[in-house]
Design a binder for this molecule. Structure first.
Ligand SMILES: CC(C)(CNC(=O)c1ccc(Oc2ccccc2)cc1)c1ccc2c(N)nc(N)nc2n1
Length: 326
């Protein structure tokens, strides 16, 4: 390797590490100025030596020309949906069915249900090769170019594994408020909520627009069987995703009983307004894979998981009240 090749390799390594620390761990290692200076040095070296541009170089996040359309992508594993629980009784029914099936010696993992857009990411030998929307669960749309602009999505993993993962792309509340303020100032139509704003951003054909929208993501599942990676529970799978370099939501907890689950739900019903992103519910999963395999799946969702949905905001009833009183 000559000196330029060495410097390009070193800059790729440094910028990957600093980007992960900043966007995934939220623990910056260098100032923005230092990061930008290194990135500009790499951009200049790549311009002079195009043969040294790595596919997973941080300079490749914002693609070139806008797409003509989105290709269809068939997921290697179906992107299943979650059955819903709307209250305590639904949750106790869910719990009763599980105990009837596998007995009492199991744990739940509770996690926040991020109000965004479900995505699937495919990596080959540790390199991000394709990203898609959920679509109908079997066939989605290829939005790789737009997903590459999300800094929380690693372009390269810490291990050269071939893996397909699922998660939620979302727009943080502060980015949503800033975007709508900018649109209001330009007399443009506003987005109704961060979920629509995230979905609208990822549906853009020009990646430069998606790149301007400050999107982020949390990854919550490996497509298909985690056993292939030597994991035997949901909690271990989330830790494994983090070691690979994926962002996973840290507000997850083990819950031994359905009463613990209800306590977790009450805590986050209370704390929800203080989160920097919107959530539309709480996801409850049986932890161990052996138990998940025993419980199995219906046609479209696992029997070992359920999503408790928060009651819809009462803001609509207030508007209706106003209309009814005039
Ligand atoms: C549990 C699962 C449905 C993901 N799991 C899968 O999609 C999945 C897919 C094939 C699997 O294996 C199969 C392979 C072939 C056939 C059937 C199953 C296993 C899991 C899900 C869905 C939505 C979630 C959400 N919005 N937030 C959180 N926090 N978690 C979520 N978890």
């Amino acid at each position: 390797m000559n000196d330029i090749e060495k410097r390009v390799a070193e800059l790729n390594q440094l910028l990957h590490k600093y980007g992960h620390a900043y966007y995934v761990l939220d623990k910056p290692l260098v100032s923005d100025a230092v990061y930008d200076q290194l990135l500009n040095e790499l951009i200049a070296l790549e311009k002079e030596n195009p043969s040294l541009i790595y596919p997973d170089s941080p300079t490749q996040r914002v693609g070139g020309v806008p797409l003509q359309g989105f290709k269809k992508v068939t997921h290697n594993y179906p992107m299943l949906s979650l059955s819903n629980a709307f209250g305590e009784e639904d949750l106790r029914d869910f719990d009763r069915k599980i105990r009837q099936s596998i007995g009492n010696d199991f744990s739940y993992v509770c996690e926040l249900k991020i109000d965004g857009l479900a995505i699937s990411l495919r990596y080959e030998n540790g390199v991000f090769v394709q990203g898609a929307t959920r679509g109908d669960g079997t066939v989605g749309e290829d939005i790789t170019a737009n997903l590459k602009t999300i800094h929380a999505i690693p372009l390269r993993l810490n291990e050269p594994v071939t893996i397909e993962v699922r998660g939620e792309a979302y727009m943080p509340k502060k980015s949503f408020e800033a975007l709508n303020k900018a649109r209001a100032d330009k007399g443009e139509e506003l987005f109704a909520n961060p979920r629509n704003a995230a979905a609208g951003s990822l549906r853009q054909l020009d990646p430069k627009i998606a790149a301007s929208r400050n999107l982020s993501t949390f990854i919550y599942a490996i497509g298909g069987d985690g056993e292939a990676y030597g994991i035997d529970s949901h909690a271990e799978m989330l830790d494994y995703l983090e070691t690979l370099g994926f962002p996973s939501n840290k507000e997850r907890e083990f819950c031994e009983t359905i009463d613990d689950v209800l306590a977790f739900i009450n805590k986050w019903t209370e704390n929800r307004p203080h989160l920097p992103y919107e959530i539309d519910g709480i996801v409850v999963k049986v932890n161990r894979y052996a138990h998940q395999d025993e419980l199995g799946y219906t046609a479209k969702s696992p029997r070992w998981a359920i999503a408790y949905k928060f009651p819809a905001e009462e803001v609509m009833t207030t508007l209706l009240d106003i209309e009814l009183t005039v």
